[in-house]
Write a protein that binds this ligand. Sequence first.
Ligand code: MTE
Ligand code: MO
Length: 451
Amino acid sequence: MSADVVDDGRARVGEEPAYGSPVVLWRTLERLRPPGPLFRGSLWRSPLRGTWLTSVFASVLLVGLPIVIVTGLLSYLAYQPQFAGNAFPAHTHGLRLPLFAWPTHPSWLYRLSEGLHVGLGLALIPVVLAKLWSVMPKLFSWPPARSFAQVLERLSLALLVGSILFELGTGVLNTQYDYGDLGFNFYTAHYFGAWVFIASFVLHVALKFPTMRRSLKSRRLRDELRTPLAETVPEPQDVHALVALEPAAPTLSRRGLLGLVGSASLAVTAVTIGETVGPRSTALLSARGRSYGSGPTDFQVNRTARTAQVTPQETGSGWRLMVVGSSTLSLSREQLLALPQHTASLPIACVEGWSTVQTWSGVRLRELVRMAGTQDLQHAVVHSLEKAGTFARAVLNAGQLTDGDALLALKVNGADLSLDHGYPARVIVPALPGVHNTKWVSRIELNGKLT
Ligand SMILES: Nc1nc2c(c(=O)[nH]1)N[C@H]1C(S)=C(S)[C@@H](COP(=O)(O)O)O[C@H]1N2
Ligand SMILES: [Mo]
């Protein structure tokens, strides 16, 4: 039996099913074809669909998606899930990567990796959609499978398509909702979805890579980019059953389609990149395109003091910072300001992709560690005045506590922190994910209890 039957889902009644497969089963399926044109392949008439076109989109994703995957896993590692309660999936069960102490150098490490994760993830959405469009007819091929091997292949495709859409969907929601309640834990969902995606992606690449390579060699991109609409003809029929059986006349050239998808990617980037580099006002698609007044404290605020239910009473003259080590310190803001001050230009890089570099001044965390004293510093649990909320506490590793630029910041850009930016004091540590730069700090427990 020829290979074209195996991979072609379209009607070929009368041909023999794959050798060794339970003939009756596939035959029966064949007869159960739903009525209407959808499952007959005649509805899909774009003359542009074909293995080469799909392979072009595939090659872009083959380069881009691994970067999104690796930076996503880096984000997981940066959250330091070895410290229980660090705002990351408490329930990752066996799905843990080898964990290590997340470094503090270079200070832009998390800014770059998370900016790439979110920025590239968004820019690839048009390419993912284009590739799904290009293989649409396969979704409606009938019978859905002609062998058990094909059943498995199609199941893995369902997982692949389902998980990429799920990851893109949850990712976009998280960038748009300021950690609003999505009705589920974003971290857990995105993390487990990622593993389903990674597994099905690796399998898919392993199965399809030879086809993609062969197909990319079958036409020259340069020639396609020179072919106008008038000369646009369908790709030759092949075993992959993507080329329309009854192609319509082209209304768009292949270069037109590639240009459209490429422009869509560039457009997404153009209206989001401002949240990381460039003027923030250009970040039209970003939930952080707004302004926070003028002056030194005019930069992004996700969670305001009001939302966090932190009141001016709690942050007023009665506020004290407790540092619990071998001894327990209680320090007023004046006492903190009287300690040696250090200034550093450091980013806040949010998991949502936005970042901003500001000039922070305050007391070095290691100075506080020295003053309170501790034996064998492993970590510190930082508590906020905020009572509820995922980020009311964070755990820092020893390197993050002893880095010379790691601060309990009291000022930003020469001015007192604003209440929304964490007044009276907040944590700012180089290369630390935004979430762990705790605002409205009330207590720092050296080697404190992890829960
Ligand atoms: N107490 C407290 N600290 C917090 C947060 C918070 O919700 N509560 N948000 C964190 C997050 S997610 C980021 S990105 C940074 C900057 O957040 P902001 O934009 O709300 O200032 O502060 C972090 N510190
Ligand atoms: Mo964040």
